[in-house]
Write a protein that binds this ligand. Structure first.
Ligand SMILES: NC(=O)c1ccc[n+]([C@@H]2O[C@H](COP(=O)([O-])OP(=O)(O)OC[C@H]3O[C@@H](n4cnc5c(N)ncnc54)[C@H](OP(=O)(O)O)[C@@H]3O)[C@@H](O)[C@H]2O)c1
Length: 228
């Protein structure tokens, strides 16, 4: 598949490397343009570079991996009819305050989907640290294979994304629709902890909408109880 990635930071580059290794074609893009991505050209063999519009046009399957606050700039027109994966998380210190999120009335990915009414949006790759993406990838059937949560309103789109995850070295656990995607957003038990399928299902079920788990606590618990 041709995967167009909007955002050439930590998470965009990590997904690009895994996708290229799995035989996909990839274009990375950023806000300043391809002339600022010489480190991609020299560091990620075979990766194309472009601006956000070019990556959207290139994409059969797109990934948005930018600071959440900029989601309105994603080029909706060129993503019409396409599946769009959303890796974004909301960090108020970085993104500024979004009152509807603070009041737990919506989710980051629902907001992106409202900006992309012609696309099928799936939340994925937000609940793993970029530095873990390559390290934790495993062949299908490995006993310690990690599972990643996905959410979306379109079953076929989720199926395509699950197949991609499998290609990249991960199992997928369906956490529901976009309105359920808060279950693996920041400060929930499933966020950025390495679980296998059953452990991840449990962590998703344990999430409480209005209760934020302090970062130190969730990492400590996961270490103590053996997260996989
Ligand atoms: N880092 C992680 O471990 C991790 C894990 C899971 C999810 N996430 C989430 O994924 C998103 C990206 O995180 P990151 O750590 O990869 O960020 P990052 O390293 O800061 O990179 C952000 C990238 O987005 C680009 N960008 C910013 N605004 C843009 C726009 N309007 N159009 C196109 N490109 C734009 C930046 O390009 P310019 O420099 O040219 O602006 C840069 O290439 C965030 O929402 C983050 O919370 C991160």
């Amino acid at each position: 598949m041709r995967i167009g990635i909007i955002g050439a930071g930590f998470i965009g580059r990590a997904v690009a490397q895994l996708a290229l290794a799995a035989g996909h074609e990839v274009m990375l893009s950023n806000s300043r343009g391809p002339q600022t991505m010489s480190s991609v050209r020299s560091g990620i063999a075979g990766c194309e570079v472009g601006n956000a519009e070019e990556a959207a046009r290139f994409a059969e399957l797109a990934l948005v991996a930018i600071p959440f606050a900029h989601y309105h700039s994603v080029p909706a027109r060129w993503l019409e009819g396409k599946i769009v994966m959303d890796a974004n998380n909301y960090y108020p210190d970085r993104d500024g305050r979004f009152p509807a999120l603070d009041r737990f009335e919506t989710t980051t990915t629902r907001l992106l989907a409202e900006h992309l009414p012609g696309s099928r949006v799936v939340k994925v790759f937000n609940a793993i640290l970029a530095q873990d993406l390559e390290k934790d990838a495993r062949l299908r059937g490995a006993a310690d294979r990690r599972a990643l949560p996905i959410a979306g309103d379109d079953g076929e789109a989720k199926s395509v994304v699950s197949t991609l995850l499998d290609d990249l070295g991960y199992d997928a656990v369906d956490a529901g629709g976009l309105d359920d995607s808060w279950r693996f957003e920041r400060a929930k038990p499933a966020y950025c902890i390495p679980f296998g399928v059953e452990g991840l299902k449990l962590a998703l079920a344990q999430a409480e909408r209005e209760i934020e788990v302090p970062e130190g606590a969730w990492r400590r618990e996961a270490t103590v109880s053996g997260p996989i």
